[in-house]
Design a protein around this ligand. Sequence first.
Ligand SMILES: [Zn+2]
Length: 211
Amino acid sequence: MASIKNIVLDFGHGGIDKSGKYTTAPNKMFKFPNGEIAYEGFLNRQIGGLTEIYLRSNHPNFNIVTTVKAIDPRDLSLSYRVKVANQLPPLETIFISIHCNASKHHNASGFEIFTTKGVTKSDALATSIGNRIKPFYDKLNLKLRFDFDSDGDLDKEVDYYVLRKTKCPAVLLECLFFDFYQDFILLKNPEFQKELAWHIYQGILNFLIQN
Ligand SMILES: [Zn+2]
């Protein structure tokens, strides 16, 4: 484990504050016909927060940084999130942004990993994480897709800001689709969250061992 010292975790969007208000409302949420509501930022914090716990408890030698604390519901600006990463030396830092997906007709499913354009070290990080998640998702019959050319999809342009502006290797994970009920059932399941976070953590670790 040579040169990478800093692992920056970014939990996309806002969480739910003490009064029960979703700070990113009315965006990045979805109400199902049965009345249940999925809040993307809340799910991002749950999954990402578990990834953070695995890293912190097993690797005290790494500097684990979060752009926003998992318990902090504020929807911090993208420029602030990038600033947190860019304050650290790019050659010694990796950035992992954790999101869940949505689609126009609320009928898409699966996992996607995005990186910046062109061949960069981010691709190796994405491959490392994807290779860990793939067998887990295969078992559950879920799709997994890499996208090393993250542009052209306007819906996602906002989230991609963090990929465009960070100087270190950076990936953005879209864990599953929060607006698709079968995916949402998994996303909110604590056991699924733990297992997914574990595989994300293992994927990060694989990358660190090679870099
Ligand atoms: Zn998002």
